[in-house]
Each structure stands twice: as structure tokens, then as C-alpha cells.
Design a protein around this ligand. Structure first.
Ligand code: SF4
Length: 108
């Protein structure tokens, strides 16, 4: 009689790194420009994209620890290692804010 043998492998099963679960990680780097853009509408879109990311809190926490010099991380905008509410353009702010288009995650 054959007994069922457990499947043996040299590889250990590991938990995925949080970066692998990142919504912005499509394996192509296609979202880099959006997350490091200077354009207010891009920054707003990147922040909105982060809202549904399953690792948003970890991303934000680690960006704070690293004092990220710039870019959108964890749904927040970093400038010189600090979170800022809004990047300011030179001159007067627009009276009407542009609508934000949230990009959709691409499946790998
Ligand atoms: S929170 Fe935003 S920047 Fe951080 S991993 Fe998720 S999608 Fe990317």
C-alpha cells in the first residue's frame, strides 16, 4: 500500500514582501512618472491610487522612516523628507481645481 508522502522541496515557502503586494508594482515601472511628477493633477491621481493599495500603511510608515526626499508614498506627498498637504506651484492657486483621474492597476 502506498502512503501519501508530503511534497518535498528545497525551496521554503515564504511570505511575499510587502513591495510585491504594492498596487503600483506592475513590474514595468510604468507608474514612476506619476508618483514623482511635479504636476498637481498627477500628484492627486497618485494619492488617489494609493487609497486602495493593500500595503499603504506599511509603505507610508517606511517612507517616513527613510525620510523620503520626494514623491508620493502611502498616499502622502513627501517633500524634503516631510509630508506636505499640497505642492504649491508658483503664483496664485487655481480657482477651480482640476478633476482627478485615478489610473487603474494593470494586471501583470
Ligand atoms: S501605497 Fe501607493 S506608493 Fe505605496 S505601495 Fe501602495 S500604491 Fe505604491
Amino acid at each position: 500500500m502506498f502512503a501519501i508522502q508530503p511534497f518535498e522541496t528545497d525551496e521554503t515557502i515564504r511570505e511575499p514582501d510587502w513591495q510585491e503586494l504594492a498596487r503600483c508594482n506592475d513590474g514595468t515601472g510604468s507608474m514612476t512618472e506619476l508618483f514623482f511628477s511635479e504636476q498637481l493633477d498627477d500628484i492627486a491621481a497618485a494619492k488617489a491610487f494609493c487609497v486602495e493599495c493593500p500595503v499603504r500603511e506599511t509603505c507610508l510608515e517606511q517612507a517616513r522612516e527613510r525620510r523620503e526626499p520626494w514623491g508620493v508614498w502611502g498616499g502622502e506627498l513627501f517633500v524634503n523628507g516631510k509630508i506636505v498637504a499640497q505642492k504649491r506651484k508658483r503664483g496664485r492657486p487655481p480657482k477651480i481645481r482640476p478633476e482627478v483621474e485615478v489610473p487603474q492597476a494593470q494586471s501583470a
